[in-house]
Design a binder for this molecule. Structure first.
Ligand code: IPM
Ligand code: MN
Length: 349
């Protein structure tokens, strides 16, 4: 029996999570039993318990085989000291989810690569950080600072995963950094080069982050695995989502050393469209595809779900954000999209 904890979170989180709950219910007819519990993270947890991630939620996660998350954040908590996003960052740190795999795959185009984002370090967690006041030019002035830090061990860990993933794909790894300016990137590049010695059959290329944004739009077909830091990976994955239609399309899996994993779409909580039943659930549904493959170890079910999503999109059904992307576009709501995918998932063909 697999134990899954679902944390819907804020904004569009509950709406998109509802669509995977439908599929998980349908698993009954395939005689697959998953034990599911729900808990809180982010803004909704702040509202209930004054903190974005409680010990109780952490303990429930510890007793599960995998975590499934919607998204966190929203206008309501912008002025709060403890932000919803801190709950997600704490969760990633608590379980040492050091690697975040974001597949950029478009079934309608020949695009199929992976962004491997370092997830436990860099400027997201570096100290010192803060906002303070200082006298500058005789004027009391606010100033703010963050620190980007990477140590050798952190880079080695993510580099090894990158090269290992490459071995099972096209044996092409592209590392993205800013080593013409940043020390952290200089060390990053040096260590990636060093680890490359152990994987001489993988072709390694380094490019700078600024130029990579152009290459990713102009020539996305040349990429296979991209390895990059926490911040760069966050930014680049939003850019790359447009290659597949919209930000709502991307799934992700975060891993630690103990084959425990966190599944979540790459997008945020989109408070501007929350509660309207118009959010795109594809990123979440695709995260479930990856869950079926790697946690359930069931290729039949993961393929079945993938083709159900693909079929729905191929027929032109999509949420509003997919309007200019799909042929014969037919507008459907979040719920209707989920129902269509579930329908195709349940029929035998
Ligand atoms: C993401 C999100 C998060 C991040 C936020 C919500 C903290 O943007 O998963 O890409 O920056 O990592
Ligand atoms: Mn992001």
């Amino acid at each position: 029996m697999i134990n899954l904890i679902i944390l819907p979170g804020d904004g569009i989180g509950p709406e998109i999570i509802k669509q995977i709950s439908k599929i998980l219910k349908s698993l009954n007819i395939f005689n697959i039993k998953i034990n599911i519990i729900y808990s809180y993270i982010g803004g909704i947890s702040i509202d209930k318990y004054n903190i974005p991630l409680t010990k109780k939620t952490i303990n429930l996660c510890k007793n599960s085989d995998a975590i499934f998350l919607g998204c966190v954040g929203g206008y309501k908590w912008e002025k709060y000291y403890l932000k919803p996003e801190m709950g997600l960052l704490e969760l990633r740190k608590e379980f040492n989810f050091f690697a975040n795999i974001r597949p950029i795959k478009c079934p309608f185009k020949n695009i199929d690569f992976i962004i491997l984002r370092e997830l436990n370090g860099g400027i997201y967690y570096g100290k010192p950080r803060g906002i303070s006041k200082q006298i500058i030019n005789n004027i009391p002035t606010w100033y703010s600072y963050n620190t980007e830090i990477y140590n050798e061990q952190e880079i080695i860990k993510i580099a090894r995963l990158g090269f290992n993933l490459s071995k099972n794909r096209k044996k092409k790894l592209c590392s993205i950094d800013k080593s013409n300016v940043l020390e952290t990137s200089k060390l990053w590049r040096k260590i990636i080069n060093y680890i490359h010695n152990y994987y001489f059959d993988v072709k390694l290329k380094h490019i700078y982050i600024d130029y990579s944004t152009i290459e990713l739009i102009k020539n996305p077909y040349i990429f296979d695995i991209i390895i990059t830091s926490n911040l760069f990976g966050d930014i680049l994955s939003d850019e790359c989502s447009l290659l597949t239609g919209s930000l709502g399309m991307l799934p992700s899996i975060s891993l630690n050393n103990k084959s425990f994993s966190l599944f979540e779409p790459c997008h945020g909580s989109a408070p501007n469209i929350a509660g309207k039943n118009i959010a795109n659930p594809v990123g979440t549904l695709l995260s479930l595809v990856i869950f079926f493959e790697y946690v359930l170890n069931n290729k039949f079910i993961s393929n079945k779900l993938y083709f159900s999503i693909f079929k729905t999109l191929s027929l032109g059904f999509g949420t509003l954000d997919m309007k200019n992307y799909l042929n014969n576009f037919k507008l459907v709501s979040t719920d209707e999209f989920g129902d269509l995918v579930n329908h195709f998932f349940l029929i035998n063909d």
